[in-house]
Design a protein around this ligand. Structure first.
Ligand SMILES: Cc1ncc(COP(=O)(O)O)c(C=O)c1O
Length: 384
């Protein structure tokens, strides 16, 4: 069957393919330790699970739900933004619950991009931005992030290029995969840039609580609501990746525009999931501290693993991964990843999947037990 033109140049998602290969290797008797994917292995808070169980046992919770989410969840999102980011939102008009932030990326692109419209995309960056832009018929224009530039876009250099066709700009801080935190100065400069050029900044913010003491929202910057749509997620910070709960925060007009697309694509989330998500958003600092305690210990192990491989990395990174430069003895991150996969039975993500600027890097996930990391280090030591 001939597939649609819009799929030209869009391959299956890298991890979707790679997980199949790992499954095959496991079937063939290898026991692959997967340190590739950022899918939290820790459980959500027990009260969150209890809220889901109790609600799911009720008779009257199984119907279709509102496209805009129930007030309990929208209020919880607004309270969460106020408490942690100091951002005041109208829960009725400026909040849109999503089934994960990944789907929000597609909704935004489908809402705003016409053929010929350009979207600025970070290189390296989350691969879904460019696929969603292409699927929506837009043209991705990559901006390079470099270590020497603090993994921030060079706005002055961008300003010297022709940005007249740029409608959207994807940004993501704390940045995945480099773990870079945003500074206030950078966020302010970004809003000024967007305002000057009338570009909608799409800020993807799923990692602000992981190994980070000062969560930030781009919407906290003065004037941001005019030019920003922000995505957030319960996948990482609340350990709920499989639940598929995210949110979109924006001015009322933007929420209504995006809802025009989204309400034709999906329906409201299962009510017990919404009620449990509201519970998760009300967790206090001790919850985040306890999760981060675990990640801190794991990160020490990841440093040991990276030292074994001769990689170089910053210890200032935040988020769920460690991003590391590979030794010059390897052609690129793919070569190192393949060697470790086939010789040590450990899977580590090659940085090149995040764009050409990630070619000489690898990314190690913190989503594994200490025992798993110790085992991986032992196996890698035997092969390097
Ligand atoms: C930068 C970034 N944005 C968005 C997502 C998607 O998260 P969600 O589970 O909310 O769809 C991920 C997941 O890996 C991510 O790394």
């Amino acid at each position: 069957m001939q597939t649609s033109n819009r799929l030209d140049g869009i391959g299956e998602y890298y991890f979707s393919q790679k997980l199949r290969e790992i499954e095959q290797l496991n079937k063939a008797g290898k026991q692959i330790i997967n340190l590739g994917i950022g899918s939290p292995d820790l459980a959500p808070h027990p009260d969150v699970v209890k809220a889901l169980q109790e609600a799911a046992a009720q008779d009257n919770v199984h119907a279709y739900q509102s496209y805009k989410g129930v007030p309990v969840l929208r209020n919880a999102i607004a309270a969460f933004y106020q408490k942690w980011y100091g951002v005041t939102l109208d829960p009725d008009t400026e909040v849109l619950p999503l089934m994960g932030s990944k789907e929000g990326i597609m909704h935004i692109c489908m809402t705003y991009l016409n053929a010929g419209d350009q979207a600025l995309i970070p290189n390296p960056g989350y691969p879904t931005y460019s696929s969603a832009v292409k699927l929506a018929g837009g043209e991705p224009v990559y901006y390079d992030l470099t270590l020497s530039g603090n993994w921030e876009p060079d706005l002055e250099a961008l300003e010297k290029t022709d940005v007249s066709k740029v409608k959207l700009m994807w940004v993501n801080y704390p940045h995945m995969p480099t773990g870079q935190l945003p500074t206030d100065h950078f966020f302010e400069a970004l809003i000024a840039f967007a305002t000057r050029h009338q570009i909608l900044i799409c800020h993807d913010n799923p990692y602000s609580f992981i190994l980070n003491e000062s969560p930030k929202s781009l919407l906290a910057v003065k004037g941001a609501k005019e030019v920003v749509v922000e995505l957030n997620s319960l996948s990482k910070s609340q350990n709920m990746a499989g639940w598929r709960v995210g949110m979109l925060i924006a001015a009322e007009e933007r929420v209504n525009e995006i809802l025009r697309f989204k309400s034709n694509m999906d329906s409201g989330m299962f009510l017990p999931v919404q009620l449990a998500a509201a519970k998760a958003l009300s967790l206090n600092k001790s919850w985040y501290d306890s999760v981060n305690q675990v990640y801190t210990e794991r990160r020490e192990k990841v440093y040991e693993l990276l030292n074994t491989l001769g990689c170089v990395y910053s210890t200032q990174q935040v988020g769920m991964f460690v991003w590391a430069k590979i030794p010059a003895t390897y052609k690129d991150g793919y070569a190192l990843s393949d060697k470790v996969l086939y010789e040590a039975n450990v899977f580590i993500t090659p940085g090149g999947i995040f764009g050409s600027a990630g070619k000489d890097y690898i990314r190690v996930s913190l989503c594994g037990s200490l025992e798993k990391f110790s085992e991986a280090i032992k196996k890698i030591k035997a092969c390097v």
